[in-house]
Ligand binder design. Structure first.
Ligand SMILES: [Zn+2]
Length: 213
């Protein structure tokens, strides 16, 4: 009961802020078309940041299996949508995940869920990439993990800033994918990127994808 009341107060506060924002933007928040906008924006933003309230162990609950298998597992072309933390504007694209199991695998349908947990937060593309890789590494201790994220940043393309660079590719390579060029190439061949990866370091360079102005 207390929790419901709390959530309603929280929602109302966010809606008030959005009403104020509309006024600051030069709008009349009371005109017909905008009457329900604060409620809708509050609902949309709460969904788009639901990753803060998700528990990765709950997501993976019952989906970790012990196996005698050590071939590369790949889940490619996972659609994701996130919000850039510098501008609160969307960046979105495809995520490709691979790992080589040691003793455990993750149910295949759970990999896109893991991506969503981190995408539905305020993010930078490099951190999103690393968090997905590190989570898989932590949870099943595989021989290696590779994550590649290709994304378009509306904060750059919509504002007309460096339009040609609004598309960015980031990667995180751990274990066998970092140590073995052959393993890495096998993965990259299997995902056939739209563009080449600028660097193949263990952790992507921070700040490359989205300019902070
Ligand atoms: Zn941005």
């Amino acid at each position: 009961m207390g929790k419901v009341a709390e959530a309603q107060i929280y929602n109302k506060q966010m809606q008030d802020l959005i009403r104020k924002l509309l006024a600051e933007l030069g709008e009349n928040p009371s005109r017909e078309g905008l009457l329900d906008t604060p409620k809708r924006v509050e609902k949309a933003l709460t969904f788009l940041t639901s990753g803060y309230r998700a528990d990765i162990d709950d997501v993976l609950n019952g989906a970790l299996f012990t196996v005698d298998y050590s071939e590369m597992v790949i889940v490619r072309d996972i659609d994701f949508y996130s919000l850039c933390e510098h501008h609160l504007l969307p960046f979105f694209g495809k995520c490709h995940v691979a790992y080589i199991p040691s003793t455990k695998v993750i149910g295949l349908s759970k990999i896109p869920r893991v991506v969503d947990v981190f995408a539905r937060r305020l993010q930078v593309q490099e951190r999103l990439t690393n968090q997905i890789a590190e989570t898989i590494s932590d949870k099943i201790a595989p021989l290696g993990v590779a994550v590649v994220v290709e994304a378009t940043h509306l904060c750059m393309s919509m504002r007309g800033v460096e339009k040609q660079n609004s598309f960015a590719v980031t990667s995180a390579m751990l274990g066998a994918f970092r140590d073995s060029a052959r393993t890495r190439m096998e993965f990259l061949e299997l995902i056939k990127l739209r563009s080449s990866i600028p660097t193949l370091s263990e952790h992507a360079a921070v700040g490359m994808a989205c300019v902070g102005d």
